[in-house]
Design a protein around this ligand. Structure first.
Ligand code: C2E
Ligand code: CA
Ligand code: CA
Length: 541
């Protein structure tokens, strides 16, 4: 009778402890996660039961043993420890199976599980999936090392968690791809979150002594609007993400019209990857065209800008706008940029062999400017093709300088020290800042064509162009106007003392042979003129 009473009390005491303990913890956790207490309790109880029931079940045995032979209690310790240990292990395994080890966020399996449960809920509700992808991540990894890449991923994970509304799930799907499931999403809420996310990523941060600014693109798809199954909604968010990548920086919500173009981009990425892995094929399909840069005064050709084309076997000749976004998305621009420089330098050598000496302007991708080895790469290519450093101009856009000012200006300084000239391309189109002109040594400003096109008709554009020319000259820079589409504009720019002109009217981008012809043709014409002059002189006496 005495033992019976002890058993009953032990069970009641155990249950009471179990319930009180778990309820209190559930309340705290539920408040923190802003979910229902009962839901939290239910989730916990399943795990807790695994340890609590076996150990509580042992209580009568403990009581009985304690009354009979207390020293036998020691024998009960072993099974207790085993139960606690194995249930801890099981719950850790479950955690690991559903979480990403680097960032601690949920993983793909966890997102898919949450999405399954959310979409299966019969109550009518609207949910949003945001797919997030960091721009140029592969290049960061390749050029700055994996530890910086990892640090950047952790930063991104932090930003995602910060902007995620209470009722959402944040997951890292792999690589630099993240996703956010916002349940019961309010009107415009997803757009606000996406904006906050893109801006949050852009905040500069010091990572291991390096200032880093992440950039991300976001694609949004809604349930049930854009798809009824988890895989449909995920795929459409991915399609929207591609569109966002294409439009650079920002977010895009899915629209059915995106489907075909995104599919095309996906195929292009695969084809371009294969192309760059096969140098012979790349040389065959990548074509460079050259556009003359003329001196405003005498319209003589002072140099050429090299522009890339892709002779695609199925789609024909593709312009940069058709495939460079895909190349950027896939992190292929480092490889592509090196190849273009190499091909252009090889062409310069062929021209030199024909006695043609032109300066060569080559565009540089944003990512190349965070590659600390760029100065050596450029030097090596010039050496290989016997090209003087003074014959090369590298065109850099403002965005490249802003996204990581310190690293890029250091790299440019080292390149410039070798005699290669640096030009700021599309000047005025980006997040212009006078500050970088002060800190950066450059040689040339190329005024963006949006200001040049209407310089004849638009008084404001004229003021902008004139003051940019003056600013450039005051700083000792050469000023180029691009997008000169008619003679009137060309003449006006000459009067405004712009140094160089570039545009369809004065010379469209053409294959290398046409440049050679233009130069030798001009020389021939000049020789012809001289001979004519000679004849005139002779006849006149
Ligand atoms: P960008 O560097 O500003 O190149 C000038 C673009 O303006 C070229 O377009 C050229 O064809 C076009 N253009 C030339 N004259 C005129 C004109 O009178 N009016 C107008 N409206 N446009 C004119 P393209 O070849 O399609 O290149 C577009 C952009 O793609 C380039 O802009 C550059 O940012 C990028 N890109 C092209 N080739 C390369 C390359 O080899 N490497 C890198 N990194 N970027 C490249
Ligand atoms: Ca350019
Ligand atoms: Ca330009």
């Amino acid at each position: 009778h005495h033992v019976h009473l002890s058993t009953g009390s032990a069970i009641i005491a155990g249950l009471t402890f179990f319930l009180v303990n778990n309820s209190l913890i559930a309340v705290v956790l539920a408040l923190q996660a802003e979910r229902g207490v009962l839901m939290q309790l239910w989730g916990d109880v399943r795990w807790q039961t695994l340890t609590a029931v076996p150990s509580t079940a042992l209580a009568p045995a403990v009581a009985a043993t304690a009354v009979g032979s207390p020293w036998l209690l020691l024998c009960l310790l072993a099974p207790l420890v085993t139960v606690v240990h194995s249930s801890r292990l099981a719950s850790r395994r479950e955690f690991e199976a559903l979480h990403d080890a680097l960032t601690g966020l949920g993983n793909r399996a966890m997102l898919v599980g949450a999405l399954d449960r959310t979409l299966a809920d019969p109550r009518p509700a609207r949910h949003a999936i945001l797919m997030v992808d960091l721009d140029h991540f592969k290049d960061v990894n390749d050029t700055l090392g994996h530890h910086i890449g990892d640090a950047l991923l952790i930063v991104a994970a932090g930003v995602l968690s910060d902007v995620a509304p209470p009722n959402s799930i944040v997951a890292r799907l792999g690589g630099d791809e993240f996703a956010l499931l916002i349940r019961d999403v309010g009107d415009r809420e997803a757009a606000h979150v996406a904006t906050a996310l893109v801006q949050g990523l852009r905040q500069p941060r010091i990572v291991e002594g390096t200032e880093l600014r992440a950039r991300g693109s976001v694609g949004i798809a809604y349930f049930p609007d854009d798809g009824l199954t988890p895989s449909d909604v995920l795929r459409r968010a991915d399609v929207a993400l591609y569109k966002a990548k294409e439009e650079r920086d920002g977010y895009v919500a899915y629209e059915p019209s995106h489907d075909s173009s995104a599919l095309g981009q996906l195929t292009l990425v695969n084809e371009l990857t294969a192309l760059l892995d096969d140098p012979a094929l790349a040389r065959q399909q990548l074509a460079l065209v050259y556009q003359p840069l003329l001196r405003a005064g005498d319209r003589e050709m002072s140099g050429v800008e090299c522009l890339v084309r892709w002779d695609h076997p199925r789609l024909g000749r593709l312009l940069p706008a058709d495939f460079l976004p895909a190349a950027e998305h896939a992190g292929l621009t480092g490889q592509l940029g090196r190849l273009i420089l190499e091909l252009a330098a090889a062409q310069h050598q062929r021209w030199a062999a024909e006695g043609i000496d032109v300066c060569l302007s080559v565009n540089v991708f944003v990512t190349q400017l965070s590659d600390a080895a760029l100065p050596e790469t450029v030097g090596a290519v010039l050496g290989r093709y016997g090209m003087r450093t003074g014959s090369l101009v590298l065109e850099v856009t403002e965005d490249a300088l802003i996204s990581d000012p310190e690293r890029s200006s250091d790299i440019l300084r080292r390149i410039r020290a070798t005699g290669v000239r640096i030009s700021i391309d599309d000047y005025g189109a980006g997040y212009s800042s006078l500050a970088y002109l002060k800190n950066l040594d450059v040689d040339e400003l190329k005024i963006d064509r949006q200001f040049v096109m209407n310089v004849g008709a638009d008084a404001t554009d004229r003021i902008i162009v004139q003051s940019t020319i003056d600013l450039g000259h005051q700083l000792g820079l050469r000023v180029v106007a691009e997008g000169v589409e008619d003679e009137e504009t060309a003449a006006l720019l000459g009067e405004m003392s712009c140094d160089l002109l570039q545009g369809y009217q004065l010379g469209a981008p053409v294959p290398a042979e046409a440049i050679a012809l233009r130069v030798t043709g001009a020389a021939a014409a000049l020789a012809e003129n001289r001979r004519a002059l000679h004849v005139v002189r002779e006849t006149v006496g």
